[in-house]
Design a protein around this ligand. Structure first.
Ligand code: FES
Length: 69
């Protein structure tokens, strides 16, 4: 079974746990979920549209496959 999950953030969620800040992955690419591992940096040059990333972080633009409308 396969499932596509849409992530619209290009950076982590920052939460406070006691006196520490914890960075939770918001981009969906971290290999250390739920924590951010800086993989979101691969998304920073994304333009408008929808992208698919394979397990090697190869990116494919998928505008014709998925629509929010
Ligand atoms: S937000 Fe996903 S790796 Fe940083």
């Amino acid at each position: 079974m396969a499932r596509l999950v849409l992530h619209e953030r290009n950076g982590p969620y920052v939460i406070k746990v006691g006196n520490e800040e914890v960075y939770l992955c918001g981009c969906g690419l971290s290999a250390n979920k739920p924590y951010c591992d800086d993989s979101h940096e691969k998304t920073l040059d994304e333009k408008d549209g929808v992208y698919f990333y394979d397990s090697n972080y190869k990116r494919v633009k998928m505008d014709n496959f998925y629509s929010n409308e």
